[in-house]
Design a protein around this ligand. Structure first.
Ligand SMILES: [Zn+2]
Ligand SMILES: [Zn+2]
Length: 221
């Protein structure tokens, strides 16, 4: 199929500034984090691509990719915090949360080996080795078929980044098989993500979604 009929959705890669502080609990740090994340999305939800910025107002929540209830260290872990619309944050993402709770062993491994501590936070701009390892364990749990944001995740079989593409002809989101080779398990993982966030559900499809797709088209020109 022609390339332009398959639009790969971007992986959100925020540009954090060295001279700024980012965080979740502190108001100023939170503001900085929201701004950096918002910029990387162009004003769209990282999970469902609906518009979160309207007339300079931001309708979005900071969203902990791996739920912060799993470990205190995750609360302020910057690469673990994305930006999403209220619906994704409070409804779609929550489904199956209990089923995918990390085991004590996984949490202990992460807490003991990651370099940051709750008292002495590091301003990480990319996921550290231990967060990556934790993401891997998390993604293998039932009900955790979620392409975590920001910065996405890699497939456990192919090592390719898990991505979506918009199929212009069929008007559906699907795994980005145009540019990636995924295993059946990975394809299933991405399809489950698509279903979770209702990306192909006409009830949730908005004009804004097509605007987003149009923006992707424009930025690829
Ligand atoms: Zn959303
Ligand atoms: Zn860290």
């Amino acid at each position: 199929m022609e390339d332009f009929l398959l639009l790969e959705m971007p992986i959100f890669k925020p540009k954090y500034k060295k001279w700024k502080r980012y965080g979740y609990a502190n108001a100023e740090e939170k503001k900085n984090l929201k701004a950096a994340l918002e910029k990387s999305t162009g004003g769209y939800c990282m999970y469902c691509f609906s518009r979160i910025k309207v007339d300079q107002k931001l309708f979005a929540n900071l969203e902990h990719a791996i739920e912060k209830g799993n470990s205190d260290k995750l609360v302020e872990c910057i690469p673990n915090i994305g930006l999403s619309c209220t619906l994704c944050n409070q409804t779609f993402k929550r489904i199956g949360e209990r089923k995918r709770k990390l085991s004590d062993k996984m949490v202990r491994q992460y807490e003991e080996n990651s370099k940051c501590s709750v008292e002495n936070r590091k301003q990480c701009t990319i996921a550290c080795k231990e967060l990556r390892r934790l993401q891997k364990s998390y993604s293998g749990l039932p009900g955790a078929e979620i392409i975590l944001q920001p910065m996405g995740i890699k497939g456990s079989d192919s090592g390719e980044e898990l991505a979506l593409q918009y199929n212009v002809l069929n008007m559906i989101f699907e795994p980005a098989k145009g540019r990636h080779t995924y295993s059946d398990k990975e394809l299933n993982f991405i399809d489950t993500h698509i279903n979770r966030f209702r990306l192909n559900d006409s009830q949730y499809r908005t004009r804004q979604l097509y605007d987003f797709v149009q923006n992707v088209i424009d930025s690829n020109k």
